[in-house]
Design a protein around this ligand. Structure first.
Ligand code: SAH
Length: 369
């Protein structure tokens, strides 16, 4: 019998390759998928992508791609992680009026035209219910797609790091029955509007939380230390987590981590005074953040990438565990064990340059059917 054809994925707004990492994990478990092309306008992000993945990766604006160019990739699945600033408070939430939405609207037009078998999108929760969301839905609905949407946070998958995101998965044929086991319907909706679970619907089972300490560098770099004056100045506003606390959960790391001390990600408590109050703290390293995001042990950052840029790129990326859970809703990828994020193993060796999630075999399915 011939081997089943590999699912060809277009990784749009690819960044450093969060979707590629999720596909690699699914492929390692038997799913047949390959990235046909990865595209992003940011040359630094594409450099990190190329440093880690052999897939063709291009620095382009997505709105500059013609229908002919997009069709030539032969993508079965278009994965989209468009910029989130138009849908965040910090980014002023300008939605359709934000120029950063233009590329997504252009792609929505191409989706209506070319109708790839599957479309997936990741964004901040504020995307749900936006006018841009409504436009995309109108295109997908008009082109005959079945659409599933949900919010998912890696903490639901046992990862001690908040990153609640909106995920959309759309399929043209034969999707509903087969997707049900991994993306239960109806999917939750942030504003309790369309797609909100009916009263009494059980939340998907949560995985036990793994300790934050399992994700930390054994010998953190001195440059991660937080200036004591900053701790004083932002006391109460900085989110401090204690690595000795097995229930500690780091807040969402954003692209502003390292620049803005407030609401851009947690800091780690390094020392306490006699009164028990924190007296020293440090930032998470980019590798620690990537580990929390679920990037594999062999994912590395180029040696010439600055700390500031590494934080920015990691903060823009994806929860690989959550993406795996979403992608497992695609019939061609569902054969593989679903996206149970792997259990961290021993901490990486001092001096190791790779990110480590200390992967072991997955132990079960994320979401019961
Ligand atoms: N999912 C990615 C990151 C997505 S963040 C990862 O895993 O790293 C959004 C990305 O969209 C950024 O990398 C940004 O450079 C890219 N981007 C923004 N506008 C774009 C446009 N018009 N064309 C192509 N890429 C764009």
């Amino acid at each position: 019998m011939p081997a089943p054809a590999s699912l060809r994925v277009l990784e749009l707004y690819c960044g450093i390759g969060g979707c590629a990492a999720a596909l690699a994990a699914l492929a390692a478990e038997g799913a047949a998928a390959e990235v046909a092309a990865a595209i992003d306008v940011n040359h630094l992000a594409v450099a990190v992508y190329r440093h880690n993945f052999p897939h063709p990766a291009a620095v382009r604006t997505l709105e500059s791609l013609t229908a002919g160019e997009l069709a030539a990739f032969g993508g079965d699945l278009w994965w989209l992680s468009p910029p989130c600033q138009p849908f965040t408070r910090r980014g002023l939430g300008r939605d359709l009026d934000d120029p950063r939405t233009a590329s997504l609207l252009a792609l929505a037009g191409r989706i209506g035209e070319l109708r790839p078998p599957y479309v997936a999108l990741e964004n901040v929760p504020g995307f749900a219910g936006s006018a841009t969301h409504a436009r995309l839905r109108a295109t997908l609905d008009g082109a005959g797609y079945e659409v599933r949407e949900r919010l998912l946070c890696p903490t639901e998958l046992g990862v001690p790091n908040r990153r609640r995101r909106f995920y959309l998965l759309a399929a043209r044929r034969g999707f509903v029955d087969r997707i049900t086991p991994s993306l239960p319907q109806p999917l939750s909706h942030p504003q309790g509007g369309r797609g909100a679970p009916p009263p009494g619907t059980a939340e998907p089972a949560r995985m036990p939380l793994r300790p934050l300490a399992a994700y930390l560098d054994p010998a953190p770099a001195a440059e991660l230390a937080v200036e004591p004056t900053l701790l004083d100045r932002y006391a109460g506003a900085v989110d401090l987590v204690d690595p000795a606390d097995p229930a500690a959960i780091a807040s969402c790391f954003t692209a502003a981590y390292g620049r803005s001390p407030v609401r851009s990600g947690s800091y780690l408590i390094v020392d306490r005074g006699p009164d028990g109050l924190p007296t020293a703290a440090r930032r998470f390293s980019p590798r620690e953040i990537l580990r929390l995001l679920g990037f594999p042990a062999d994912f590395t950052l180029p040696a010439d990438l600055s700390l500031a840029n590494a934080w920015r790129l990691a903060g823009n990326s994806l929860s690989v565990a959550a993406v795996r859970a979403v992608l497992a809703g695609i019939p061609e990828l569902a054969g593989a064990p679903t996206a149970h994020p792997k259990v961290p193993g021993p901490a990486p060796r001092p001096g190791a340059t790779a990110c480590s999630s200390g992967d072991r075999r997955p132990e079960g399915r994320v979401m019961p059917g």
